[in-house]
Write a protein that binds this ligand. Structure first.
Ligand code: SF4
Length: 285
């Protein structure tokens, strides 16, 4: 299906504002569909957590804790021990309790943790504790950008690494690289560090993708960030957002209240729309 665009007028909250800071996820969501961005960041709806989100969060937590250990202690049994200790604690949080008996999710987390050891040798990786889950907070091209980097390593090569759970990216791998490229730009702006390489580790898919931090591509992602912000400013001031109809609409939680998918539906952001989203189980932030 070719992508189609439709400008959709919305009913915005009286004091509607764009988020002060923009993350990579916000940018990617806006690029996917402006109207979906409106529902998520202006009208403040969110989907209830999924098993995939729970599994991804546990996996990230286990790997971070593993790399905080002294290098010689970063073994697979140690990682499994961390998983046994912290996985159940994570699932005790009220919104994740429903996944406490989800064996498929648990199997996927265990697989991701085991695969880490097939993809790299944690005992040999040189990483400083302050370079794990490292926060970036810097103005890029006039936009307040923030991000949290899974891992930054300096072993002769300055490398930004992001772990991914779930499926192989296949032909969409270049789209996924936009995230570490943007982080590379933020390292330059915030710390004057030249990132040499970006890396994505697809744990469940057992794939590692490394690319040089090509400055042309890095700069381009920074420009996209500024374009995204300018377009979202225009959308909020006109109370009209671009709906982008694509295959991804089939997975969109706002599909039933989206005029681009259901021309008969009521105005996004209105009371009827809110009622429908609430009864579909979405949560107001
Ligand atoms: S259904 Fe499609 S067009 Fe509508 S908000 Fe969702 S992603 Fe955008």
């Amino acid at each position: 299906m070719a992508d189609k665009f439709l400008k959709v007028e919305v009913e915005q909250p009286a004091n509607a504002k764009l988020p002060k800071r923009v993350s990579y996820s916000q940018m990617a969501l806006f690029q996917q569909c402006g109207l979906k961005y409106f529902f998520s960041y202006i009208d403040n709806w969110r989907e209830p957590p999924t098993a995939a989100l729970a599994g991804g969060s546990i996996t990230h937590d286990v790997i971070e804790r593993l790399y905080r250990l002294p290098s010689e202690q970063r073994t697979l049994p140690a990682a499994i021990e961390i998983l046994r200790e912290y996985g159940p604690k994570f699932l005790q949080q009220s919104e994740y309790l429903k996944f406490a008996d989800d064996l498929k999710m648990k199997h996927s987390v265990r697989e991701a943790v085991e695969n880490l050891f097939a993809l790299e040798t944690p005992t040999e990786l040189v990483v400083q504790p302050e370079h794990l889950e490292m926060e970036l907070n810097i103005e890029i091209n006039g936009v307040n950008f923030f991000g949290k980097v899974d891992r930054f390593t300096q072993d002769g090569i300055n490398r930004v690494t992001d772990y991914k759970t779930g499926k192989s990216p296949g032909k969409f791998v270049d789209d996924k690289l936009a995230q570490p490229y943007l982080y590379a730009l933020a390292y330059k702006e915030q710390y004057d560090i030249d990132v040499d390489e970006v890396e994505l580790i697809f744990l469940n898919a057992k794939e590692v993708v490394r690319r040089p931090a090509d400055w042309g591509l890095v700069t381009k992602v920074g420009e996209s960030l500024a374009v995204m912000r300018a377009e979202s400013e225009a959308s909020i001031s006109n109370s009209a957002w671009d709906a982008k109809v694509s295959k991804l609409c089939d997975y969109c939680a706002f599909s039933q209240v989206c005029p681009a998918r259901n021309p008969e539906t009521t105005i996004p952001g209105g009371t009827d729309c809110d009622t429908k989203l609430a009864s579909a189980g979405l949560l107001h932030k």
